[in-house]
Design a protein around this ligand. Structure first.
Ligand code: GLP
Length: 238
């Protein structure tokens, strides 16, 4: 486990360096995508490097972590919409190679794991973290051997994410998410966290006991995990 602490503006560029190195070594890499405010700076930097001709996504495949149940890709709060707008439409990726779990057809969501496996497995999975320690939408209590599945969202998650909706009533109650095992199967993982609201959960995740109550704490067991934190998110680390 490696921990990097730097101001927010530098983090995006440090993580983009990791993507650049990976794509040079493996132009057809399989990337695991994340949503939320945290990766926005990184995505802007990847777009910039793509436009500058430094990196290409033309042979890349992506698999996103999660999606809200009930929202299709045309809904402006769906994670498919977020990814198209903030990354895919701005880079040279083939949109057919981008995957986001369906929030509409959720019956066979574990097939998502089979698709990931058939593609060769995820080379680099990006993660943010929820204030309750969720990764993707794996809320506290999620079994560590879980594959892609439907979850009921915690009230704290709905409240935190309601800032993007007109009101809390519009925030979906359920989501589809890669499971914890799906995430842990990735060959390398990068978790980014920014801001003081993440300080407590970052300390528990990195230095607390590994437990299902803090889903992200399982990452301590991953052989290639890197944490990129700003000083505020890292403030409670010992
Ligand atoms: C959502 C997503 C997570 C993300 C989290 C944190 O709940 N499902 O994947 O990590 O939000 O979001 P933010 O980066 O906006 O703090």
């Amino acid at each position: 486990m490696k921990i990097f602490i730097a101001p927010e503006a530098e983090l995006a560029s440090m993580v983009a360096d990791r993507y650049e190195a990976l794509l040079k070594a493996k132009p057809d890499a399989i990337l695991g995508g994340a949503t939320g405010s945290t990766p926005l700076g990184l995505y802007a930097e990847l777009v910039r490097r793509n436009k500058a001709g430094k990196i290409s996504f033309k042979d890349v495949k992506t698999f996103n972590l999660d999606e809200y149940v009930g929202l299709d890709g045309s809904h402006d709060q769906s994670y498919r919409y977020f990814m198209n707008k903030n990354l895919f439409e701005q880079i040279d990726i083939d949109i057919a190679n981008t995957h986001v779990p369906s929030g509409i057809v959720t019956e066979n969501c574990a097939d998502y794991d089979k698709e990931i496996e058939a593609a060769g497995g995820i080379d680099l999975q990006l993660l943010g973290i929820g204030v309750d320690g969720h990764i993707g939408f794996n809320e506290p209590g999620t079994p560590l051997d879980s594959l892609t599945h439907v979850v009921e969202l915690e009230e704290s998650t709905r409240v935190a994410n309601s800032r993007f909706f007109k009101s809390i009533d519009e925030v979906p109650t359920h989501a589809v998410t890669m499971g914890i095992k799906t995430v842990m199967n990735a060959r390398a993982i990068i978790l980014m966290a920014i801001g003081k609201s993440k300080a407590e959960i970052i300390a528990k995740t990195l230095q607390g006991p590994i437990c299902t109550e803090v889903p992200a704490s399982i990452l301590q067991l991953h052989p290639f995990v890197e944490f990129y934190l700003d000083p505020e998110a890292a403030a409670l680390l010992k």
